[in-house]
Design a protein around this ligand. Structure first.
Ligand code: ZN
Length: 289
């Protein structure tokens, strides 16, 4: 093989979302990226912390970037980078940044190296795009959580009792983390491990699981229902991440978030405003049933 074609064989091109980066040596960075075709990769970007680096601006967190990569002995090297979507608002606005960090941390935690999942990749990219465009971040992220669970094989069953298979009735039902879905009152209510699913909370979860984003974006949730949905999804995610033993540091953060949510819920209960049923409004003729 002539040297030129040998060189070309060692190069490959990927479209990637930058999930995280860390410093390496004096001037280099290690990047964790998610790609559509090759899954998650760890790449070395040499010299990017030097002021004159042309690659540096393209490989910030949350950017969607096209990379030309050279196969290396241990790590593959980024040789060229070109921005496809900068998602600039996600870095300039601290509030949106924090949501975006959560999105990429979940993407990192729920993927293995070199195990591509194109639909999951598309979901991450769409979610970052929505956050960047300024949609209600809580809705975008809840939608993301529910859909990523489906895409990685942990879709919660929200329509039938996972024990008796009976369709759930409009009453307080229960969620079993362990069994990955809802239980009817006769199978869930006496179980210490289950979480109560009030009617409006189950409605919102089902709606988000089955409707396209354009409809979910129209939802207006009361703060109480919004927090209950957040807390239930966080517990569900922690449970399934823990079982697969991924990302312990991230789990710590999620647990801290969960503790804060619990504190807020407890305060609300103390103030007698925990039932958000009346404030739920779904701006859609075909409200979820
Ligand atoms: Zn049942």
């Amino acid at each position: 093989m002539d040297p030129e074609s040998e060189r070309r064989q060692r190069l490959y091109r990927v479209s990637a979302i930058v999930l995280k980066r860390r410093e390496q040596g004096e001037a280099d960075r290690l990047l964790t990226v998610m790609t559509r075709d090759r899954g998650k990769l760890t790449l070395l970007a040499k010299g990017v912390r030097k002021p004159a680096s042309r690659k540096a601006g393209h490989i910030e967190p949350f950017t969607y970037v096209e990379l030309l990569v050279a196969k290396g002995k241990s790590l593959d090297l980024v040789t060229q980078a070109e921005t496809l979507e900068a998602h600039r608002a996600l870095r300039e606005d601290l509030w949106r940044s924090s949501w975006a960090y959560y999105v990429v941390e979940l993407a990192d935690a729920f993927t293995q190296d070199e195990d591509p999942n194109a639909l999951f990749f598309d979901l991450v990219l769409e979610t970052l795009g929505r956050l960047n465009a300024g949609v209600d971040p809580a809705l975008a992220v809840r939608y993301y959580e529910l859909h990523l669970l489906s895409l990685v094989g942990y879709q919660p069953q929200l329509f039938r009792c996972v024990q008796c298979d009976a369709p759930l009735q409009p009453e307080v039902n229960f969620l079993s983390l362990e069994r990955g879905g809802a239980l009817c009152p006769s199978h869930g209510s006496h179980h210490p491990e289950t979480i109560a699913l009030p009617v409006p909370v189950l409605k919102v979860l089902r709606f988000m699981q089955t409707r396209p984003w354009e409809q979910v974006a129209q939802l207006q949730l009361s703060p109480a229902v919004s927090r209950q949905v957040e807390s239930i999804l966080a517990r569900y995610i922690v449970y399934h991440l823990e079982r697969t033993l991924r990302s312990p540091a991230f789990l710590e953060k999620l647990r801290a978030m969960l503790a804060r949510t619990k504190m807020v819920n407890a305060e609300e209960t103390a103030n007698g405003e925990s039932n958000g049923e009346a404030a739920l409004s779904i701006n859609d003729e075909n409200a979820p049933g």
